[in-house]
Design a protein. Structure first.
Length: 340
């Protein structure tokens, strides 16, 4: 069985949607976790208002990934889902509580501290769960004789834990870089300090997850003509390290989104390296793209639908970020609350 062109195109669409999610929702997860570094309730409130400007739009990409896998690669969906029920359910609850916390902290002044804590815990738990699931895409799911997951805790292993630590660090770095661009005075200064501390840590962890990933993969074998994959991953490692070095010096810039752009590259490159190492497997070590692909008619329907949906989603998010362009200040937020 060979992989159809439609299946390969859809796979690229899924990689694009996943990359958009980990970048766009990554920074607001990072901001949520960085609430721990801020004790001033007014500045914590300002950070949550920065997240609120684009929170719902960012999570559209996660829905797109889930629906896309369910429709286009049903065997992967039916095998992966039972193996990661626990982190996925916890993630969904965490994302739901984050949404509630953002709305409630803007309405009930006396409980801002409580809802800020809920937002922090929800962000941390959602990030941990996502890291475990993404890491599982490289290590795969061991199956028993009935082709079902051999263990309900198969997502817990050395590599997925390492990737989760990296995922937490890089999303915090993305959050700090976003605050550096969108915040003023104390918010900007604190974000810049945190980002400069996190940048070398993320660089080291990026090296670890990409290098260890080549050894942890159950399908990468250097003795079986896998030299191209290894060379590609080495190239990704070089680009990722260069990006973190550039980011460290770019953090001196003011009123620029470029530090945020470079803060995203380690995560995007890490996800890309997982795809390269695992190819042609969608779920190592047992399910390839060709084995998992849906009928051709399904891909035609999906590609037409996504050809309409993706441009609309991008246009919406561009408009939302344009609408909330510029710096967030406490004065602007307090004026907005008074108007309500």
């Amino acid at each position: 069985m060979t992989t159809s062109i439609s299946a390969f195109i859809w796979l690229l669409v899924m990689v694009f949607a996943l990359s958009m999610y980990v970048v766009l929702d990554g920074y607001d997860l990072g901001i949520g976790m960085l609430l721990f570094t801020e004790r001033d309730p007014h500045l914590r409130h300002t950070r949550m208002e920065i997240v609120a400007s684009a929170l719902d739009g960012n999570e559209i990409w996660l829905v797109m990934v889930g629906v896309g896998i369910y429709a286009a690669f049903p065997s992967v969906y039916s095998t992966l889902l039972p193996a990661v029920y626990l982190p996925l359910v916890l993630m969904l609850f965490s994302l739901g509580f984050r949404g509630v916390a953002v709305e409630m902290q803007g309405k009930v002044d006396s409980y801002q501290s409580l809802w800020g804590t809920v937002f922090f815990v929800g962000s941390l738990l959602a990030t941990i769960c996502q890291g475990l699931v993404i890491g599982t895409l490289l290590t795969g799911i061991p199956l028993n004789a009935h082709h079902t997951p051999a263990s309900q805790l198969s997502f817990l292993n050395g590599y997925t834990i390492l990737f989760t630590i990296f995922y937490i660090a890089v999303t915090c770095l993305m959050g700090a870089s976003w605050l550096n661009n969108k915040g003023e005075s104390r918010i900007e200064a604190n974000a810049k300090l945190v980002a400069r501390i996190l940048t070398p840590i993320v660089g080291v962890l990026f090296l670890a997850v990409t290098i260890v990933g080549m050894f942890a993969s159950p399908v990468l074998d250097a003795t079986h003509n896998e030299g191209f994959k290894i060379a590609a991953v080495i190239g990704i490692i070089v680009l990722g390290v260069l990006a973190t070095i550039i980011l460290f010096f770019m953090l001196k810039m003011k009123n620029s989104i470029m530090p945020f752009v470079f803060s995203c590259t380690p995560l995007v490159f890490a996800v890309l390296s997982i795809g390269i190492i695992s190819y042609p497997y969608l779920l190592p070590p047992s399910i390839t793209i060709a084995q998992a692909q849906a009928p051709q008619s399904t891909f035609q329907f999906l590609l037409i639908g996504e050809g309409i949906l993706i441009p609309i989603t991008i246009a919406y998010q561009f408009f939302a970020h344009w609408l909330f362009r510029g710096k967030f200040t406490l004065d602007i937020i307090e004026t907005g609350k008074a108007a309500q």
